[in-house]
Design a protein around this ligand. Structure first.
Ligand code: DON
Length: 584
C-alpha cells in the first residue's frame, strides 16, 4: 500500500477530488459531488484526509514515527519517536547527547512555535581550554572528547514538547527507540563508515570503544548492533521525564565520566538546563509565509535577509548566470551579518528589527553590482585571520495537519566521539560552534566575534534552519543538515518550492553556497549548470569551487487543492525514507 517517495494510493485517488483541506466553497461543491458519487467519493475523502507523511534520514526512524502515529500520536509524538530512534540508529548525526531546533504547527489553532533545545556551555567554560600552548586554536579539544561537549538539550526538549504539544505520554513515543536499542538493528552503511572514520578518536575512550567496537571489533554490514546502555538511559527518561536525565543516577554518571576525562561539567550545569520556547521568525515572500528558526539559530535571520533582498527582483526574467549572481550576493550579505551580530538571544543584544526589515534589505540590494561579484573584503566585517559532517533533519505532517520541522545534531560525525560512562550517551562536540577564538573559523569555516563568544550557560549559534513554507494552496516542511550550508540549502529549497517543485525535486536540486568567507561560490559537483554560465560567473569575478559534501534534506509537501501529501528524502542518502501512509 505504501511506496518510498510516492504518495499513498489513497492520496493518489484523492487527487481527483479536493477534500477537507480545500476552501469552503470547494468543500460545498465536494459535498454535492459526494452526494452523486456516493461510496466512491467518500472513500476518496477518507483516504485523502487521513494520510500522514514523514521524511527522515533513516527508514527505521521513519517507521518509528508511523508506529507512534498509528497508536494515536500526533506529529509531535511522531517527531519524538523519529528523533529518539535516530539517536540509536543514526548516532553519527544526532542523539540524546546533542540538541535540536524545531518549528511546530498546531492545525487546530494555526499557531506556530519554536523549540530551542540547543546545547549550552558549562559554567566553567574557558577559552584557554581551546588553545594550544602557542596560543593557536586547539582543534582537538574543540572537536574531540568531553571539553568539546555542551550540556545536551535533546532530552529536555523532547520532554517539553511531549508535555505541552504531544497527545501521548513521552514514554509511549520512546518505545520504538528503546526496542531498537535493546533488540538491536542492522547498522546503515553511513554508520559503519562513520565508525571507521572516527575509529582512532573512539578508541581513546573506553566507553566509546565498548559501544562502537562490540567485542573489540568494528561492526560489519549485516551485524546486529545493540545499545543496552542507551536503552537504560532512555527508560529513565521515559519514567521520570527530563529529571531522569538531568538529575539522579544518569546525571551523576554523565558528570563523573566527563570530569574523569578532563571535562568541566557539574551536576548544577545539568540541573540548570531548560528547553526554551521562542517565537519563530515569520516573513512573507512571493505570497507565501515562511516560518523559520530564530536565534540561537542564525539560519532564519539569514534566510529572511536573503529572501528580503530578492523580493522585488524578477529572478525568472534573468539569464542563469545573473540569477546565480543575485542569489550568491544575497547569501554573501546575509552571512556577513551572521558572523557579526548573531548569538544566543538570552546573552546578546541583536539588531533583529534592522536585520529583518525590508528597508535594510533595500540597502543591501543596492550595493549589488549588476554584472560583477562583490568582494567580501569590500564589506566591513569580523575578519578571518579559515572537516566529516553530520546532523539530521526530519519533517512530519500528521493526518490532522499538525506539522513538525526538526533539525537535530551532535555537530560533526559522531560528535565528540565520547560516550559518557555507562549511560550509552554519545556527547556532542557543539562547543566548536562557538567563536572559541575570535576571528578564527570553526569546523564549517564560519567565523564569529563577541556575539558568539563562549560564556557559561550560553547557547552556541547554530545554522540549523527547520522551516515551514505556507501558501494558500500548498505548504512544505523543510530542513537539512550540512553545517553552514544548511542555510543556503533551505533558502534554495524555499525558492524551489515556491517555483512549484515537488518534494522529490526539492531534495534532488543541485546546491549553491556562499558564506561570505571564504570568498568563493561552492557549486555541487556534478551540477547541471552549463559551462557557459560558469564562464560568465568567472568573468564577473567569482571563484568557483566544486563541492562534494552537502546535507541530507528531508521534505514533506502538502498540496491542499488535491489534498496530496508527498514526502522525499535526499537522493544523496540511500538510507533515508520519505513515506506517506493512510492513518486511522
Ligand atoms: O548547529 C549547527 O549549525 C551545526 N552544529 C550543524 C552541524 C551539521 O549540520 C553537520 N553536518 N552535516
Amino acid at each position: 500500500m505504501t511506496a518510498r517517495n510516492t504518495p499513498h494510493d489513497g492520496a493518489e485517488t484523492a487527487r481527483r477530488l479536493p477534500a477537507s483541506g480545500a476552501p469552503r466553497w470547494r468543500r460545498t461543491l465536494l459535498a454535492l459531488v459526494i452526494g452523486s458519487f456516493g461510496v466512491l467519493a467518500q472513500a476518496q475523502d477518507t483516504a485523502a484526509t487521513k494520510t500522514a507523511a514523514i521524511a527522515s534520514a533513516n527508514a527505521l526512524a521513519t517507521e518509528a514515527g508511523f508506529e507512534v502515529l498509528s497508536r494515536g500520536g500526533n506529529a509531535v509524538d511522531a517527531a519524538i519517536a523519529v528523533g529518539t530512534a535516530l539517536s540509536v540508529v543514526q548516532p553519527e548525526g544526532s542523539g540524546m547527547g546533542g540538541g535540536f531546533l524545531a518549528v511546530i504547527h498546531d492545525a487546530a489553532t494555526g499557531k506556530n512555535t519554536f523549540i530551542d533545545a540547543r546545547e549550552m556551555a558549562p559554567q566553567a567554560v574557558s577559552e584557554k581550554d581551546y588553545l594550544k600552548a602557542d596560543g593557536t586554536p586547539n582543534r582537538d579539544t574543540s572537536l574531540n572528547g568531553p571539553l568539546a561537549a555542551g550540556i545536551p538539550g535533546m532530552p529536555a526538549g523532547l520532554a517539553y514538547m511531549a508535555g505541552k504539544y504531544g497527545k501521548l505520554p513521552l514514554a509511549e513515543s520512546l518505545r520504538p527507540a528503546i526496542r531498537l536499542a535493546e533488540q538491536g538493528f542492522r547498522p546503515s552503511g553511513a554508520l559503519l563508515r562513520s565508525i571507521e572514520h572516527k575509529a582512532d578518536v573512539l578508541r581513546r575512550y573506553p566507553a566509546s570503544a565498548a559501544k562502537f567496537f562490540p567485542g573489540g571489533k568494528a561492526p560489519q554490514a549485516g551485524d546486529l548492533f545493540r545499545d543496552p546502555d542507551q536503552a537504560r538511559t532512555l527508560k529513565a527518561l521515559a519514567e521520570k521525564g527530563a529529571d531522569g536525565f538531568y538529575k539522579g543516577a544518569v546525571a551523576k554518571e554523565l558528570v563523573k565520566s566527563v570530569r574523569a576525562a578532563g571535562g568541566t561539567w557539574t551536576l548544577a550545569d545539568l540541573a540548570a538546563y531548560r528547553a526554551k520556547e521562542r517565537q519563530p521568525i515569520v516573513l512573507d515572500y512571493a505570497g507565501y509565509k515562511v516560518i523559520t528558526a530564530p536565534p540561537p539559530s542564525s539560519g532564519g535571520v539569514a534566510v529572511a535577509e536573503m529572501l528580503n533582498i530578492l523580493a522585488p527582483l524578477d529572478l525568472k526574467s534573468m539569464d542563469e548566470a545573473h540569477r546565480i549572481h543575485y542569489l550568491v550576493e544575497a547569501m554573501r550579505r546575509a552571512f556577513r551579518d551572521h558572523n557579526e551580530y548573531l548569538g544566543d538571544p538570552d546573552f546578546v543584544k541583536m539588531p533583529l528589527d534592522m536585520l529583518l526589515s525590508p528597508y535594510y534589505a533595500d540597502g543591501l540590494r543596492q550595493s549589488i553590482l549588476p554584472d560583477q561579484a562583490t568582494k567580501s573584503a569590500w564589506l566591513p566585517s569580523v575578519q578571518a585571520k579559515a572537516p566529516g559532517m553530520h546532523t539530521t533533519h526530519y519533517s512530519v505532517i500528521d493526518k490532522d495537519g499538525n506539522m513538525v520541522s526538526m533539525t537535530a545534531t551532535v555537530n560533526t560525525t559522531l560528535g565528540s566521539s565520547f560516550v559518557a560512562g555507562r549511560t550509552g550517551i554519545l556527547l556532542n562536540n557543539e562547543m566548536d560552534d562557538f567563536a572559541l577564538v575570535s576571528g578564527q573559523p570553526n569546523a564549517f569555516g564560519l567565523i564569529g566575534g563577541s556575539a558568539n563568544a563562549p560564556v557559561g550557560g550560553k547557547r552556541m549559534l547554530s545554522s540549523m534552519t527547520p522551516s515551514f513554507v505556507i501558501g494558500k494552496d500548498r505548504l512544505a516542511v523543510i530542513g537539512s543538515p550540512g553545517g553552514s550550508t544548511i542555510i543556503t540549502q533551505v533558502f534554495g529549497a524555499i525558492l524551489a518550492f515556491i517555483d512549484g517543485k515537488d518534494a522529490g525535486q526539492i531534495t534532488a536540486q543541485k546546491r549553491i553556497h556562499h558564506q561570505f568567507l571564504p570568498d568563493r561560490v561552492d557549486i555541487e559537483k556534478g551540477s547541471d549548470i552549463p559551462a557557459d554560465v560558469l564562464a560568465k560567473l568567472k568573468a564577473m569575478g567569482y571563484e568557483i569551487n566544486d563541492r562534494e559534501s552537502w546535507g541530507n534534506m528531508n521534505v514533506v509537501v502538502w498540496d491542499k487543492v488535491t489534498n496530496v501529501k508527498t514526502a522525499a528524502s535526499d537522493p544523496r542518502n540511500p538510507d533515508g525514507l520519505g513515506k506517506v501512509e493512510a492513518m486511522h
